[in-house]
Design a protein around this ligand. Structure first.
Ligand SMILES: Cc1cc2nc3c(=O)[nH]c(=O)nc-3n(C[C@H](O)[C@H](O)[C@H](O)COP(=O)(O)OP(=O)(O)OC[C@H]3O[C@@H](n4cnc5c(N)ncnc54)[C@H](O)[C@@H]3O)c2cc1C
Length: 414
């Protein structure tokens, strides 16, 4: 009987754990090196994934069916009433999504990867060439040989630099503020919470937009169950602070100036967990595997977050890895096929993320002049024939009766 393929994984976050599950399901002997000594938690606040991917991951044993999610089926586009402080609803689209809490997602993948060696507090110092076309991982444990080394070491991946020394993240000319707040914080805003129980909301303003959605509370919140009674309100706001403004707190000014009062209030009440401020950048490795090295998740490529696909891509990378390891006769053939499939998928998302960023932040439309038809037509142009799970419905023509929607420009009481 042939010896099991030895896979060393650098990074034990979403991509690292998903790849570990993939490798062990395909019969490999997997070791994960994670730099951080602590239990990973609360890294990414809310993570939205497509419902069919969630179902596939549950069906194939990557995720526990009991992992809490907060699915909704509709997307609502809002803007501020010109000259007022109330919200105006522009459009509704069918947009089924499965919001998760980063902490539960990671824990579920970690549990599914139970049988693999997961080494916490073990930074990889270097990766070198090994015998028989393999590689050697060097850490405080010494040199350990592997047949395949997976770089799942995130957006600043050192493994990416080995495969593509010239690849550099390209900054976008704007920032994102991200937060997740307990539902008690906006308790005085029952209408907005009611809306969010059935839909996720995009709020357009001149020079950017915000997205708002409910996610299950994390393992540290309330009873830790993430159930119906334990939700967080997650948001991400994209915009550009003016020259000289301190970036972090600027989101509050921005919300005060441009958001309907109720939504500005939600951002203002954020409290301790809101809001992390991040630069936005993207990068794609020209080819995401060259035996014996392979990249997964953000290490392989980072797309602007408008596509909501960084973790999605990491999970799809893992599913692809399992499939090619099972189907291809040898390590090299498997990695080359992975590279063919996943490089193309990543490049497509980077390009789509840029188009979305231009439309939703850099060159925003005159939101108050838009209604259902205008939003649909505009975004169909942005997608330019591409299918994307957040835009399940940018219809050729409105389909009356499919969704109950207000006439263009109808005001939503605040
Ligand atoms: C505002 C925003 C919203 C987002 N929303 C979504 C969304 O809705 N849906 C979605 O799919 N994605 C979303 N994403 C993207 C998603 O959060 C990331 O793409 C994903 O979490 C990346 O996971 P990863 O495992 O590749 O990287 P990371 O989580 O960065 O993990 C890398 C790991 O590698 C470890 N590491 C690094 N170097 C070493 C070393 N030398 N040795 C050992 N370990 C090492 C690190 O400690 C870390 O644990 C969003 C991102 C942002 C910024």
């Amino acid at each position: 009987m042939a010896a099991a393929l030895r896979i060393g994984v650098i990074g034990g976050s979403i991509a690292g754990c998903a790849v570990a599950v993939a490798g062990s399901r395909a019969g490999a002997d997997v070791t994960v090196y994670e730099r951080s000594d602590a239990e990973l938690q609360d890294r990414g606040f809310g993570i939205v994934i497509p419902p069919p991917l969630h179902a596939e991951l549950v069906g194939s044993g990557y995720l526990d069916a009991a992992m809490p999610t907060a699915p909704v089926g509709t997307r609502i586009w809002l803007t501020r009433e010109p000259g007022g402080r109330s919200a105006r609803e522009l459009a509704r689209q069918s947009s089924p999504v499965t919001p998760c809490n980063w902490g539960h997602l990671w824990r579920s993948l970690r549990a599914s990867a139970g049988a693999v060696r997961y080494l916490r507090g073990q930074p990889v110092v270097s990766v070198g060439r090994g015998g028989s076309g393999g590689a050697v991982i060097t850490s405080a444990r010494g040199d350990e040989p592997y047949d395949v080394v997976v770089g799942a070491d995130g957006h600043a991946s050192a493994t990416r630099r080995l495969l593509a020394p010239g690849s550099r993240p390209e900054p976008a000319p704007y920032l994102v503020w991200r937060g997740a707040i307990p539902l008690g914080a906006p308790a005085g805003r029952p209408r907005e919470l009611e809306l969010l129980r059935e839909a996720w909301v995009t709020l357009g303003f001149p020079g950017g937009h915000g997205v708002f959605y409910l996610i299950p509370g994390g393992p540290q919140d309330g009873d830790g169950s993430g159930g119906e009674s334990n939700r967080l309100l997650a948001y991400a706001v994209y915009g550009r602070p003016p020259e000289g403004a301190e970036p972090g707190p600027y989101v509050h000014e921005l919300a005060k100036e441009h958001f309907p009062a109720a939504w500005a209030d939600i951002v203002a009440r954020g409290g301790r967990r809101a809001a992390a401020c991040h630069p936005v950048a993207d990068v794609q490795t020209p080819r995401v595997a060259r035996p014996p090295l392979l990249l997964a998740g953000d290490a392989a490529g980072v797309t602007r977050p408008h596509t909501a696909t960084g973790a999605v891509k990491a999970l799809q990378d893992a599913l692809c890895l399992e499939r090619v390891l099972r189907e291809e006769p040898g390590r090299s053939a498997a990695l080359e096929r992975y590279a063919d499939e996943r490089t193309a998928a990543g490049a497509h998302l980077v390009e789509l993320g840029r188009r979305m960023g231009r439309a939703l932040v850099e060159e925003t439309p005159d939101w108050p002049t838009m209604g259902q038809v205008e939003v649909d037509t505009w975004f169909r142009g942005v997608l330019a024939g591409t299918r994307h799970y957040l835009y399940a419905e940018t219809r050729e023509a409105a389909e009356p009766g499919r969704l109950e929607r207000p006439p263009p420009g109808a005001a939503v009481p605040r």
